[in-house]
Design a protein around this ligand. Structure first.
Ligand code: NAP
Ligand code: HSE
Length: 435
C-alpha cells in the first residue's frame, strides 16, 4: 500500500468468491461512494481467485485480474490488502495468508478455523511487519464483537464472555421449537441459506462455535489462542422432547460458548445450555447471534445481530477494510502478540451450577428411588421432577432439575444412574446457566 499518499486507492485482492466473497463484491460495488467518503480514498478490487472462473458472481469482474492460485494472488504487486474468504484451518487459506504477510500486505479474513488454530503465530508475523491481521467477520458474523471487546471495552478487565456463536445451530434449535420440524430438514435449510460451514458437522458438533470462542478468549483475557483447551459438545443429542421440557420449565435451549476467568484459570466450553426464556440469550432466536461481555467497570454488555450469511459477514469484512484504509493499526488480540500469556485451562469438572437431566426409564416401582439414591450419594440436591403419563412396565421419559452442584459429582451420579437396569438409554444432561 502506498503509505505516503493517503488518498491513493486501496487495492484489494479477494481470495474466495462464495457466500461471503460474493457478498463482499456486491457490498464494495453498492457502497463504493459511501466507503470512499468514510476512508478518504477508494476501495478497489484489483484481483480475485476462486475455483470456477465461469461462475456468475453477480458483479462484472472482466477488468479484474483472475488467479487460479490464491497464494499467487497474495504476491500481486497491485494488491495492498488480501481478503481471504476460502476457509479451512490449513491448506490454501493458510498459504495465502502467510504469502500475503510475507509480501508486506495487510490481511482481512473471515476464517475462524485459521485464526483459532494459528492465530498467535499469524499475529506475530503480522505485527513484526507492521501489518494488520483483521478478522472481525470470523466471530459472530455481522456483530462487531471483536471491535466491541477489544476497542470498546479496552478500559475493563473482562470477567467473562459468552454467547450464541453459531447461527446454524441457533436457527436449527429455533425452527425445531417453533415448527416441530426435524433436525435434518432444518439443517438442509440452513445450508441452502448460506449459513452452514462447508462441512456442517463443524456447526452441529460445536467446532465452529469453539473456533470463535477461542478467538474471543484471546481478545478478552490477553492469552494465546488455545483451541485444544476447549470442552466441546454439539447439538446432535438435543431432542424434540428436551425442547418441549425446556419450554415447560421456562427455558430455551441454546448452544453457547462460555469463557470465564476463574480462580483455577481460564474456563472455555461450548455445549447446549438451558437459559431463562426472558434473558437476552434466551430471547435471541433464528440465525441471530448474541455476545455478552462482562467487564469490571462496565458490567454486562450485550451485542445481538445476524451471525451468518452473505450481507452481515461482508459488512464485518468491510469494517476491517475501512480500518486499514484509514491506517488504523491495532494489536491483533488487543495486546501485542509477544505479550499474550499462555493460559492455564480450568477443567470443566470445576464447574458449579444447575443441571437438567432426562432419562428413559421403565415405569415400575422403585426406579425413582434408585435414581434419587444415586443423586443423594453424590450430594446432588433435586430441584424439580417431572414424569408425564403412566405406562406400567413400559418406557417413560422422566425429567429432573438439580440445585447448584459440582460437575464432577453430577457426572458420577449419572454414571451410576445410566448403569441401572431400568434406565434404557444413556441419561441426557443439559447444563442450566442462569444468566
Ligand atoms: P463458500 O461459499 O464455500 O465459498 C468458498 C469460496 O472459496 C468459493 O468461491 C470457492 O470457489 C473458493 N475456493 C475454494 N477452494 C479454493 C482454492 N483452492 N483457491 C481459490 N478459491 C477457492 O464459503 P463461505 O461461506 O463464503 O465462507 C468463506 C469463509 O468465511 C470461511 O472461512 C467461513 O468459515 C467464513 N464465514 C462464513 C460465513 C457464512 O455465513 N457463510 C460467516 C462468517 C464467516 P468456487 O466459488 O469457484 O467454488
Ligand atoms: N457456519 C457459521 C454459523 C457461519 O452458522 O454461524 C458464521 O460463522
Amino acid at each position: 500500500m502506498d503509505h505516503t499518499d493517503k488518498s491513493a486507492p486501496v487495492r484489494i485482492g479477494i481470495a474466495g468468491l462464495g457466500t461471503v466473497g460474493g457478498g463482499l463484491l456486491r457490498l464494495l460495488d453498492t457502497q463504493a461512494e459511501l466507503l470512499a467518503g468514510r476512508c478518504g480514498r477508494r476501495l478497489i478490487v484489483t484481483a480475485v481467485s476462486a475455483r470456477d472462473r465461469s461462475k456468475d458472481r453477480g458483479v462484472d469482474l472482466s477488468a479484474v485480474r483472475w488467479y487460479e492460485d490464491a497464494a499467487e494472488l497474495a504476491t500481486d504487486p497491485d494488491v495492498d490488502v488480501v481478503v481471504e474468504l476460502i476457509g479451512g484451518s490449513d491448506g490454501i487459506a493458510k498459504a495465502t495468508v502467510e504469502a500475503a504477510l510475507s509480501n508486506g500486505k495487510h490481511v482481512v479474513t473471515a476464517n475462524k478455523a485459521l485464526i483459532a488454530h494459528h492465530g498467535t503465530a499469524l499475529a506475530r508475523m503480522a505485527e513484526e511487519r507492521g501489518l494488520s491481521l483483521a478478522y472481525e467477520a470470523a466471530v459472530a458474523g455481522g456483530i462487531p464483537a471483536i471491535k466491541g471487546l477489544r476497542e470498546g471495552l479496552a478500559g475493563n478487565s473482562i470477567r467473562e464472555v459468552h454467547g450464541i456463536l453459531n447461527g446454524t445451530c441457533n436457527y436449527i434449535l429455533t425452527e425445531m421449537r417453533t415448527t416441530g420440524r426435524d433436525f435434518a430438514d432444518v439443517l438442509a435449510d440452513a445450508q441452502r441459506l448460506g449459513y452452514a460451514e462447508a462441512d456442517p458437522s463443524f456447526d452441529i458438533d460445536g467446532v465452529d462455535a469453539a473456533h470463535k470462542l477461542a478467538i474471543l478468549t484471546a481478545v478478552a483475557f490477553g492469552t494465546q489462542v488455545d483451541f485444544p483447551a476447549i470442552h466441546v459438545e454439539g447439538i446432535r443429542h438435543v431432542s424434540a422432547l428436551d425442547i418441549e421440557y425446556a419450554d415447560e420449565l421456562g427455558y430455551r435451549i441454546r448452544l453457547l460458548g462460555i469463557a470465564r476467568r476463574t480462580e483455577h484459570g481460564i474456563e472455555q466450553r461450548v455445549h447446549p445450555c438451558m437459559v431463562p426464556v426472558g434473558s437476552p440469550i434466551g430471547a435471541t432466536d433464528g440465525v441471530f447471534n448474541a455476545v455478552v461481555a462482562d467487564g469490571d467497570f462496565v458490567d454486562k454488555v450485550v451485542l445481538v445481530g445476524r451471525g451468518a450469511g452473505a450481507g452481515p459477514t461482508a459488512s464485518a469484512v468491510a469494517a476491517d477494510l475501512v480500518d486499514i484504509a484509514r491506517g488504523r493499526l491495532t494489536p491483533t488480540f488487543a495486546v501485542p502478540a509477544d505479550m499474550l500469556t499462555a493460559p492455564t485451562p480450568s477443567p470443566l469438572d470445576r464447574r458449579r451450577g444447575r443441571y437438567y437431566v432426562r432419562l428413559m426409564v421403565l415405569d415400575r416401582p422403585g426406579v425413582i428411588a434408585d435414581v434419587a439414591a444415586a443423586l443423594r450419594d453424590q450430594s446432588v440436591s433435586m430441584e424439580a421432577f417431572l414424569q408425564r403419563g403412566r405406562a406400567p412396565g413400559e418406557a417413560v421419559p422422566v425429567v429432573l432439575t438439580t440445585h447448584e452442584t459440582g460437575e464432577a459429582s453430577m457426572r458420577r451420579a449419572l454414571e451410576r444412574i445410566g448403569a441401572l437396569d431400568a434406565v434404557l438409554e444413556p441419561p441426557r444432561m443439559i447444563r442450566i446457566e442462569d444468566f
